[in-house]
Design a protein around this ligand. Structure first.
Ligand code: SF4
Ligand code: SF4
Length: 342
């Protein structure tokens, strides 16, 4: 498994200039130092996909240098977009210095009213300012990340169409997860989620999956996206795993103090500043075994983990392939329940 493509989520800071009601990460004043980043990069070796996390990554003064230490094939940086000029300058520098693909994901949870009720007054206008500035930079992908919850689900079909018109390269709809800062926030019932996804999936399907790819690969990606939406609904409705989770082998979340977890919802199992990768990996593997023997097969609906797990599940990949060949649309299972197994 270690030779397979790896996905590292590297949290470079715990600082953030927003206090979103949906946020499940612990905030503070800690930045990953350059020296510690160098140590971590030396231990994890080749990284296919580096996903930067935070806090707000663009508050880190050495973001460019840290990304350069890992030199990934794909680099994704989410941003709350609250400092348009500073972020534009940093993205231009990243594009000039990184060899691989660069994707910037701007967080927007709806139009101004819905977004600012969740993220704070004025957050929408500032994030839109960032989107417009970085959309003009050639050679990068710009997408929008939206956290779906009961408070914004009503606006999402219209907002998804708006994001498409804004010229985003993609729009990720991420179901609320973990323990949000506002404990009153929750996912809507599955029946409402299903209705919303039925409305937005033609919009999501209209994004240019073929960008620089073979036409059949574009159809495969499109089919995988539709399958993932259907599987997320099934997981929530049935309240159980759709396939085994491979996070302990293909996914690592690293925090600014060097501690490591198998995913963002699980506790840390070691520290890369004081241990080597093999011993952290062994600890993660044992912790996951214990978790599953106590609680049963673990499941969640986080897009990144769903996508990785789908790749290692032959039946699911068979359906994805069939969908690409026949242009078949997967059915959304009907149901009423909500829930997250983690
Ligand atoms: S969700 Fe992101 S932008 Fe919002 S408070 Fe949390 S870390 Fe900051
Ligand atoms: S199923 Fe989700 S919560 Fe459980 S280990 Fe995998 S990624 Fe983490």
């Amino acid at each position: 498994m270690r030779r397979l493509p790896q996905h590292i989520v590297l949290h470079v800071t715990t600082r953030c200039d927003l206090r979103c009601r949906t946020c499940f990460v612990e905030k503070g004043g800690r930045d990953l130092s350059l020296d510690d980043a160098r140590t971590i990069a030396g231990k994890v070796g080749r990284v296919r996909w580096l996903d930067i996390g935070g806090g707000e990554p663009f508050l880190h003064p050495n973001l460019l240098e840290i990304c350069g230490l890992f030199n990934p094939r794909d680099l994704t940086i989410p941003t709350n977009g609250q400092r348009p000029e500073k972020i534009e300058a940093a993205v231009r520098a990243l594009r000039a210095n990184m060899r691989g693909a660069v994707t910037i994901a701007v967080s927007l949870d709806g139009f101004a009213g819905a977004n600012d009720a969740l993220r704070g007054v004025g957050a929408f206008d500032r994030a839109m300012g960032t989107f417009k500035r970085i959309r003009g930079i050639s050679g990068i992908s710009v997408k929008v990340n939206t956290v779906v919850c009961a408070a914004n689900i009503g606006v999402l079909p219209e907002f998804a169409a708006h994001v498409r018109d804004m010229g985003a390269d993609y729009h990720s709809l991420l179901l609320l997860r973990g323990r949000p800062a506002d404990s009153q926030l929750a996912l809507p019932p599955v029946v409402e989620l299903r209705e919303m996804f039925e409305k937005v999936r033609p919009v999501l399907a209209s994004y240019a999956f073929q960008k620089g790819r073979h036409p059949f690969m574009a159809r495969l990606l499109h089919s995988a996206q539709q399958e993932m939406l259907a599987l997320s609904m099934r997981v929530l409705q049935e309240d159980r795993a759709a396939f085994p989770c491979r996070a302990p082998w293909v996914h690592r979340v690293i925090y600014p103090d060097g501690s490591v977890a198998m995913c963002e919802l699980m506790p840390c199992c070691g520290n890369l500043l004081s241990e080597d990768l093999d011993s952290v990996d062994a600890r993660i593997s044992r912790a996951f075994g214990r978790h599953e023997s106590e609680h049963g097969a673990c499941f969640c609906t986080h897009n990144c983990n769903m996508a990785e797990n789908m790749m290692f599940h032959p039946q699911t990949m068979g359906r994805v392939l069939l969908g690409a060949l026949k242009r078949r649309k997967p059915e959304f299972a009907p149901g009423e329940k909500t829930g997250d197994g983690a």
